[in-house]
Design a binder for this molecule. Structure first.
Ligand code: DGY
Length: 444
């Protein structure tokens, strides 16, 4: 293993400065005029949760450009409040499925019809608090009402039975696209029978991407949404895949708290109360997903009623989600901490998206067992906020070490550290820049 990166080692300062310049350059190279593509050929549009993280990365060296990232993502917001997973600002032929497949090509700008984990309110709060230019107040006046409309969309369209938790209809909405956690639920989805041409396997090696059997079902689902004409109630009642993803719900619960804070700043008392109500109700509901034998929260397939008990990274977003609220939760947090240590110890590098002991684990294939920097960063943020500094530091150090050693790839092999998936990846570069800043603030 490499020597751990030490913020207090002066020999590293000039190396860090040169790496920071490289990472900034990646964001600049992936800039398409106000929005950042995740990786030039593999993902040539603006993605929702990527944009949220990229904006914080931009803010470390170009604050006006950071706010632009957020505003361009929100330019794709639907009238019903949905902030789509992809905004297709300009055409590109290296990606499938494009706007026509989604039924969103008539929109301006064209978009998909699903969302993605709602990190944005939390990232906007970070940007507001880190702002050095005095322009943040003006930006949040526009952005906060748009975020509020998005959160209302989650609770109206994705929790019509008022359970306190929201459902997802497509693995791509959860962000962990082909996680083993979705295998059983996805197997119940019919395979698309129409012809289609994947592009991803022409850009990166097929061994890193989801199998055809999964794509057949991904495509079936997006065809289904289009055929339902995006009717929220019809999709809720009839979609063959309907899951409560613990990770997405934890991210949303946390985002409610941060958005409520921004509403306080703007004097929007009713909205702040509505958001805090969702957080409080959601924490009670999410507690029902705690599995005592597994010592963690699990996800739920609301079609089959089955709990999805695979050991993935998702459970470790509990601290980030601020879901441990009462005295009785102290013990749950302590148990989860032990599982985290064991999960991290199971690989050479950092927290993997799936524990190596899980059937279906694969260290190279997309979300089936590799290390994802943004997940490590989010988990570390939650740990640090809850006072678990040593565990947070371990994830941050491992994550930076991987990026510095192998380059800013999309994700990494947990055994060898090899960079996998898309190269010159925007949010990986952004996270390295953010972690450099975190190190600076922690220097004695
Ligand atoms: C992809 O195409 O792999 C994306 O993750 C979908 O959002």
């Amino acid at each position: 293993m490499n020597t751990p990166i030490s913020a207090s080692n002066p020999a590293r300062t000039s190396e860090e400065a040169s790496l920071a310049a490289q990472y900034q350059q990646i964001l600049r190279n992936n800039d398409r005029g106000g929005y950042t593509v995740p990786s030039a050929r593999l993902y040539p549009f603006q993605w929702n949760w990527d944009a949220a993280i990229n904006a914080v990365g931009w803010q470390t060296f170009d604050e006006p450009r950071a706010w632009q990232e957020v505003e361009l993502l929100l330019s794709g917001q639907w009238d019903n409040g949905l902030v789509p997973s992809i905004v297709f600002h300009k055409p590109a032929d290296s990606y499938f499925p494009g706007p026509k497949e989604w039924g969103g090509s008539h929109l301006s700008p064209p978009t998909t019809s699903i969302s993605q984990p709602p990190l944005l309110a939390t990232m906007v709060r970070k940007m507001y608090e880190r702002s050095r230019t005095g322009e943040a107040d003006q930006h949040i006046r526009t952005i906060v009402p748009q975020l509020m409309a998005w959160h209302r969309w989650w609770y109206r369209d994705r929790d019509p039975e008022n359970t306190g938790l929201v459902v997802s209809y497509h693995p791509w909405e959860t962000g962990s696209d082909n996680s083993p956690a979705w295998d059983a639920a996805l197997a119940a989805v019919p395979a698309a029978t129409r012809a289609y041409q994947r592009r991803d396997t022409g850009v990166v090696d097929a061994s890193m991407r989801p199998h055809k059997a999964e794509y057949d079902r991904f495509v079936y689902l997006l065809d289904f949404f289009r055929e339902c004409k995006f009717d929220a109630r019809k999709i809720y009642d009839e979609c063959p895949l309907r899951i409560v993803d613990f990770a997405l719900n934890a991210i949303l619960l946390r985002a409610n708290v941060d958005l409520a804070h921004l509403c306080d700043v703007l004097g929007l008392a009713d909205e702040a109360q509505e958001l805090r109500g969702w957080h409080a109700r959601g924490c009670i509901a999410i507690d029902r997903l705690w599995s005592t034998p597994l010592g963690r929260h699990v996800s739920l397939d609301t079609r089959s009623g089955q709990r999805l008990e695979q050991k993935t990274h998702a459970a470790f977003l509990a601290w980030y989600g601020q879901v441990f609220t009462g005295d009785a939760d102290t013990q749950k947090s302590a148990i989860l901490l032990q599982h985290l240590d064991a999960h991290v110890d199971a690989s050479l590098f950092s927290l993997t998206s799936t524990h190596p002991s899980e059937p279906g684990w694969d260290p190279r294939r997309y979300w089936r067992g590799a290390v994802w920097p943004h997940i490590n960063w989010l988990v570390a943020e939650g740990l640090a906020e809850c006072g678990h500094a040593a565990q947070a530091q371990r994830l941050r150090t491992d994550c930076l070490r991987l990026i510095q050693q192998s380059g800013p790839f999309e994700y990494f092999c947990p055994n060898t550290g090899e960079g996998l998936g898309g190269p010159d990846f925007s949010w990986t570069a952004a996270i390295a820049l953010i972690l450099f800043e975190t190190q600076k603030t922690q220097q004695p």
